[in-house]
Design a protein. Sequence first.
Length: 255
Amino acid sequence: MLKILAIALNTFRESIRDRIFYSLLAFAVIMLAFSLVLGNLTIGDEIKIIKDFGLGAISLFGVLIAIFVGISLVYKEMEKRTIYVILANPIARYQFILGKYVGLSLTLFVEVVVMSAGLLALCYFKQQIVPWELFKAIIPIWFELQLILAVALFFSAFVSPFLSGLLTLSVFIIGHLTQDFKQLVVNMDNPALKKTADLLYRTFPNLEALNYKSRVVHGLEIPWPEFWLSLAYATSYTTLLLGLTLFIFSRRDIR
């Protein structure tokens, strides 16, 4: 456990020193501020626009950080050959992978905390009330980011960073579309299309199950059983992906 924690802290320090992380985080904060301007210029409920735009920014830029930072860390260790030094110590491969994952999770935690604080501050500035109900959308976003990070780490264990990033982004996009696609073709008289939709729905993670942004913004009720079940679903999928990553990496020939 201590070895995993040591790798995690080192990974966290590397990640927050990465210029990509700071560039995306700075741009995300600017986008949050832009939501305030957008709310003033748009006809309608200004605070709802700020909340919707802000939650979308937390999700989008969190995913970008998970992809751009997550896909390169294992590859960097192999490219610089520092992985030989690490694994030459009494450190198992599973400890290396789990340490990397925990370190990147801490990086994403910082991103979510900073942006959430910015969004809550903007909302308080506009209505003098802290909208704590936003955490019903922010917490699932955090679980979604953990899942996407596990996807990025999974692909980075056996393909190049470019392909890993492309595949992870594809999983993110398809994961948000499979539910709608399945519902769209349910009444179509096309068995092949129905089978394709069902295959995609069963294979890819259903990320829409973690999307509570619209319901939170519009004040719609979210049943607690549904909420906890969606978090359990994300946790289970993340655990499965980490297990597959450990299996692949443990058998990979590192030269």
